[in-house]
Design a binder for this molecule. Sequence first.
Ligand SMILES: Cc1cc2nc3c(=O)[nH]c(=O)nc-3n(C[C@H](O)[C@H](O)[C@H](O)COP(=O)(O)OP(=O)(O)OC[C@H]3O[C@@H](n4cnc5c(N)ncnc54)[C@H](O)[C@@H]3O)c2cc1C
Ligand code: FES
Ligand code: FES
Length: 496
Amino acid sequence: MSFEARLAAARDALRFRFRGRDVALSQFSPRATVLDWLREDIGAKGTKEGCAEGDCGACTVVLARLKGGRLAYEPFNACILLLGQLDGAELITIEDLSTGGELHPLQQAMVDTHASQCGFCTPGIVMSLFAAYHSGERQTYASICDQLAGNLCRCTGYRPILAAALDVCDGAPTDRFAATAGGRAAALAALADGRDLFVGDEAAFFAAPASLDSLASLYARFPDATLVGGATDVGLWITKQLRDVKRVIWLGRVAELDGAGESADGALSLGATLSLEDAAPLLAAIHPDLGELMRRFGSKQVRASGTVGGNIANGSPIGDVAPALIALGGSVVLRKGGRTRALPLEGFFIAYGKQDREPGEFVVRVEAPRLGDDQRYRAFKVSKRLDEDISAVMLAIRLDLDGRRIRAARIACGGMAATPKRAANAEAALIGASLDEPAGWRAAVEAIARDFTPLTDMRATAAYRSAVAANLLKKALIEISGSAAPTRIGMLHAAE
Ligand SMILES: Cc1cc2nc3c(=O)[nH]c(=O)nc-3n(C[C@H](O)[C@H](O)[C@H](O)COP(=O)(O)OP(=O)(O)OC[C@H]3O[C@@H](n4cnc5c(N)ncnc54)[C@H](O)[C@@H]3O)c2cc1C
Ligand code: FES
Ligand code: FES
């Protein structure tokens, strides 16, 4: 079908559910955020703006979508969520929780436990907890800490907030959202028309193609458009760098991009728009370190919105997924027009800000090989804070063994160079070394200093980064050799 024919068939209004009604918007700026719309267009000011960069959670709203036939409630940072990303979802804000003058059970529990002082964080905290309340799981101390990792409270302190959450989030919601779930799910299903969305004109638009072919044809026509996965990077271009983003292609409606599966050679295949939250358990099944890494990726809000493809395509030297998958031997699949190609993930990162991606080409999926019986793996993230922080250094390693001897090694680091990069000298120095002879590891631990010339910046000094990378390599070897048990902050690491 030609581009013009596709455009003529496209829907020209954004549609979502809000407060029991369908909302249709045929005019809005492609750079408008959900927070702008709530506070400025409709005057719903319960949702607060704190940082406007996805860090504090004051702006947390919940989106309900149909996933696997059931309503999934997930928290999002409205400050960096583009308005167009609401297409097909139900938007729930703090004003929607009380019914007939009665507080929601969570709000009542917050009152009862004295969990709010200045109250600025409170709407965002309640919305994050509302998502947990509807998760279908009884919450624990650890799961609530994780749920609130992206919600900053600076004056009450978390103890009473946790007490409120643990009182109410028992996995069996009884609020009016639970009572109306069937009707609301049917209303969402009715919005899923499978049509392309195009609001605006050629100069400025928000588009959301519904198929891979539509996406390929639209992006070929507008190769300068900004692709958006979850907007956890792009949102900040708008709110912090004030970039005038005019043409937006949101990938969130392309059905073929958000699944996971198995490639022909048995690798785990992660669609480009699979959220980091949905990718986490799949990666954790490859190795528990990947589960821990993903739990420490941003916050629930960032993981619900951010995508696997966005984390690779942004080319960041401090992104967490790339080094983890490069060490595994992962690859990336790209498409431009009708042509698809695959390349080893490390080959995608050419230089700072430069990836092997042509104009009009996009990431379709990333493939992560599973580990064989003779392979061992470790991944470590070092950052200033445990949660909601970008890595200062990230190191991942895969060893292929002949018994206790190292046959091959793949070591990849983030935060150590202008791109995620392998440590070729350290890898070479490990070949032939024995897990039983630590003296033989010294050459590799020393060699890693020759592999990288890290920078000093606000996250760490060059000297610190070099020392950490060498120590992480040593730690991985000690753990893999079995001479010490794995230690990870915040979770009991399952034995291999
Ligand atoms: C508070 C906060 C915490 C964060 N914490 C972490 C962290 O712990 N670790 C970490 O690694 N990152 C972190 N990030 C960065 C960010 O969340 C991730 O890089 C995320 O994976 C980006 O995905 P996205 O879908 O939101 O990307 P987007 O913002 O949608 O896009 C990012 C870039 O990729 C391009 N793009 C997106 N999808 C595709 C595609 N399929 N093909 C081609 N190009 C594409 C976009 O055009 C853009 O250039 C954090 C960000 C925030 C705001
Ligand atoms: S305002 Fe801070 S996360 Fe949105
Ligand atoms: S109650 Fe003041 S920031 Fe949380």
